[in-house]
Design a protein around this ligand. Structure first.
Ligand SMILES: Nc1nc2c(ncn2[C@@H]2O[C@H](COP(=O)(O)OP(=O)(O)OP(=O)(O)O)[C@@H](O)[C@H]2O)c(=O)[nH]1
Ligand SMILES: [Mg+2]
Length: 230
């Protein structure tokens, strides 16, 4: 596939594995989390760690261009033991590091999984990017794209690969919708249309349980993966 060909659906959603590929051999489910700058990706990662860390073994890779800001924030918030969170400083466009030249991210996630042995779930947060940014299927098994109400309620309708092809679309900051005059129902409806009915979940991550539906979706992906491992 040429580097920017995004015409093919990247994933087989039902099984959490590359479409057209054979059954997975790796135990760990790798989940990419992408979306525009400031939509709530790091907040979602932190919320998922709090909700899932007592039942499964998790690690996190964050991407920033020149800093380790997101990893530092997650460590400071104590969402996981610090050695389970690694920062990749991409030094380049976030899209490049998750799709076109994934070596640094692949090294980071493989090293974390090898070090911790029993990892059920690896979360890889992309640097904030535009609507075309999606993960290579060589790096993740499934991916979540995060939009937010404050980014404009016409964004789902504009579509693009992140909106259309991610395995799960999250529309975050629904608590802010009244203040920015965003119509959440419209966002959910138009996102559903762009995704041909693929899953879309509204979230408000200022609530302690705000990511529980997303955590439930991840549990289903892990269960499907374990089942397909036999
Ligand atoms: N009101 C409200 N604020 C939120 C919500 N989710 C995240 N935020 C805030 O939005 C800001 C950006 O959140 P981050 O999680 O850092 O966003 P990000 O997508 O990781 O940002 P980049 O990594 O810089 O692209 C922070 O101030 C969060 O506290 C939400 O559901 N509601
Ligand atoms: Mg972030």
């Amino acid at each position: 596939m040429p580097p920017h060909d995004v015409s093919a659906p990247p994933f087989d959603n039902a099984h959490g594995r590359p479409s057209g590929g054979s059954a997975p051999t790796r135990r760990t489910l790798r989940v990419g989390i992408g979306g525009p700058v400031g939509s709530g990706k790091t907040t979602l990662v932190g919320s998922l760690c709090r909700l899932l860390r007592d039942e499964i073994s998790m690690v996190v890779v964050t991407n920033d261009i020149f800093t380790s800001e997101d990893a530092d924030a997650l460590r400071a918030a104590n969402v996981l033991p610090t050695e389970r969170i690694v920062a990749v400083e991409t030094g380049c466009c976030p899209h490049t590091a998750i799709r076109d030249d994934i070596a640094a991210n692949l090294d980071a996630v493989e090293e974390l999984e090898a070090r911790h042995g029993d990892v059920d779930l690896s979360l890889i947060e992309s640097g904030g990017d535009n609507l075309t940014a999606i993960f290579s299927r060589g790096l993740v098994d499934v991916q979540i794209f995060v939009l937010d109400t404050a980014g404009g309620d016409d964004v789902p309708r504009k579509g693009g690969p992140g909106v259309a092809m991610a395995d799960l679309l999250v529309i975050n900051k629904v608590d802010l919708a009244p203040y920015v005059r965003a119509d959440v129902e419209r966002m959910l409806r138009e996102a559903g249309e762009r995704r041909s009915g693929g899953p879309v979940l509204p979230t408000s991550l200022v609530e302690p349980e705000g990511a529980s539906a997303v955590a439930g979706w991840i549990r289903e992906q892990i269960a499907a993966r374990v089942a397909s491992l036999g």
